[in-house]
Ligand binder design. Structure first.
Ligand SMILES: [Zn+2]
Length: 508
């Protein structure tokens, strides 16, 4: 008799595992149909489950047979399977290693760097620094030469933290090795350079983006860790409040139009776009073509068609988008609108029956329109093509280990009262070893969603001032970024200091 061990119908994770007592049957739905593997249980030596970006994959080792790979499972599937097969299933350490504190990292880094001899091997040092960056959950490693030494800093939850200093001569040797690894000419020191390399060591598998720039005291390098495993890729996990999420889901379900994400660099825009694309892809059960043009490709999703721009070879955002259009895509993502040509192409794409996602630098959600118009787009075109603007920033979450109830700051109460709100319990944090004294741990998004309705379209076409648009949105009940941030404080996720640091609180 066949028994069902596990089933998931969500497309990107669509999988089924069944057993008839003798065999295990793994089924996965693909664009091209079903992919089924039948394996005799007696033959199974070991099943190792390893976590990838979105899901788990299984490697099934068989007696005298080659091993089989089966992907697209969630944690429940792995647990169910373990219940069924017991010790045959081995869960491999998640790619993210044990987290270290900043203090531990500092001690360890000084020990490693101080023990180097003049002719040290630089490759393991690079690996060491990247590994440490991942353990600290950092997004970038900055190595900056100063007059007498180079300083090594990690960007953690958006802020730069110094971890170690390095003798200048040693730094020169390390720099040469980094540039060699990123295939950059190490003898060229007077121009900025941009390269990348793949890092596949110690359970990590990710891309490292390498950018250098000449400074007064030598070349500086920034290594960006594209460790996509740590970010949630589902809309529900980003911190969007329930009613905003509801209207955002509706807006991105329109078959055409331009959805723009705005916010400073490093505010999670790409993560939100990918979560949106995955949501749409799942809604259509994989029957749509999703194509992206990016710089850099941060998340690689097997089911999407992704292209990295390469301006030196003439592959710019605008050129890439034009070529894409000839390939009959349904939904497109263009990394960023930086120039009038990309703006023109993106807007025209949205007006010709496609759904397109992109990002643009602007002061807030309403500020997107003057920026596009500045780039030479007619107000009528801008307003009729853009269907939604999502403005976002990331705030750090209070460390759960040292979070305490406290009396709310008077400024917070004042700000809340302007919106007719109050607060029951106010939380802040004290700093502890778990958060390296930073008081925070991890980040979540704060959002402002502009739903571009007919009235807003009319006002933009008539060239109405920002204040009029702001007032209209306020009357309509739109939640601005600052209000969303206040909500995050009211629910004890973060504190007032943090939202003041991250979110502007102007009202035009
Ligand atoms: Zn703490």
């Amino acid at each position: 008799m066949k028994s069902l061990i596990y089933e998931n119908r969500s497309f990107l994770k669509s999988a089924r595992i069944e057993s008839d007592g003798e065999n295990l049957v793994f089924t996965r739905r693909n664009i091209s149909g079903e992919n089924r593997v039948k394996i005799n249980i007696a033959q199974i030596r070991k099943i190792s489950a390893q976590k990838n970006m979105l899901s788990y994959s299984l490697k099934i080792d068989r007696e005298n047979e080659k091993s089989v790979l089966f992907g697209g499972l969630d944690q429940t599937a792995v647990e169910e399977l373990k219940k069924h097969l017991g010790s045959l299933v081995e869960i491999k350490a998640a790619i993210k290693q044990q987290v270290v504190t900043l203090e531990q990292a500092r001690k360890e880094a000084s020990r490693v760097l101080d023990s180097l001899s003049k002719d040290f091997d630089a490759r393991p040092v690079i690996s060491y620094l990247i590994n440490q960056g991942v353990q600290l959950d950092s997004s970038d490693i900055h190595i900056t030469p100063r007059k007498e030494y180079a300083v090594i800093q990690y960007r953690i939850d958006g802020l730069l933290r110094e971890v170690a200093r390095m003798n200048s001569d040693f730094y020169a040797r390390l720099m040469t090795a980094i540039k060699n690894r990123a295939k950059l000419p190490s003898y060229k020191k007077s121009t900025p350079q941009d390269g990348s390399f793949h890092f596949d060591e110690d359970n990590h598998d990710m891309d490292i983006r390498c950018a250098t720039i000449p400074t007064l005291f030598g070349e500086k390098v920034v290594l960006r860790i594209l460790n996509t495993d740590k970010n949630p890729l589902f809309l529900e996990d980003l911190g969007i409040s329930e009613n905003v999420l509801k209207s955002y889901r509706e807006l991105i379900s329109e078959p055409q139009g331009c959805v723009i994400l705005t916010g400073p660099a490093g505010s999670g825009k790409t993560t939100t776009i990918f979560a949106s694309l995955i949501h749409i892809y799942n809604n259509y059960e994989g029957t749509v073509n999703i194509a992206t043009i990016e710089d850099p490709v941060e998340y690689s999703i097997e089911e999407f068609q992704q292209t990295q721009i390469n301006p030196i070879m003439g592959l710019t955002f605008a050129a890439g988008l034009k070529s894409l259009l000839r390939l009959d895509p349904d939904i497109m993502m263009v990394g960023e609108i930086r120039d009038p040509e990309t703006a023109q192409t993106a807007i025209r794409t949205a007006l010709t029956g496609h759904l397109i996602f992109t990002t643009l630098h602007a002061r807030d959600s309403l500020g997107v329109f003057p920026r596009i118009i500045e780039m030479g787009i007619k107000p009528g075109m801008a307003s009729s093509s853009v269907t939604a603007v999502l403005y976002q920033r990331l705030v750090r979450k209070l460390c759960p280990e040292c979070r305490v109830e406290s009396s709310p700051p008077p400024e917070l109460l004042k700000s809340l009262s302007q919106y007719g709100k109050s607060i029951d319990k106010y939380y802040t944090s004290l700093g502890c070893p778990a958060c390296s004294g930073t008081r925070y741990s991890g980040r979540t998004g704060v959002f402002e969603l502009l739903n571009v309705d007919e009235n807003i379209r009319g006002m933009i076409m008539e060239g109405k001032p920002y204040g009029d648009l702001f007032d209209y949105c306020r009357e309509k009940g739109m939640n601005f970024l600052w209000e969303d941030a206040l909500e995050k404080v009211r629910s004890g996720i973060t504190d007032f200091d943090e939202i003041v640091r991250v979110c502007p609180q102007y009202s035009y």
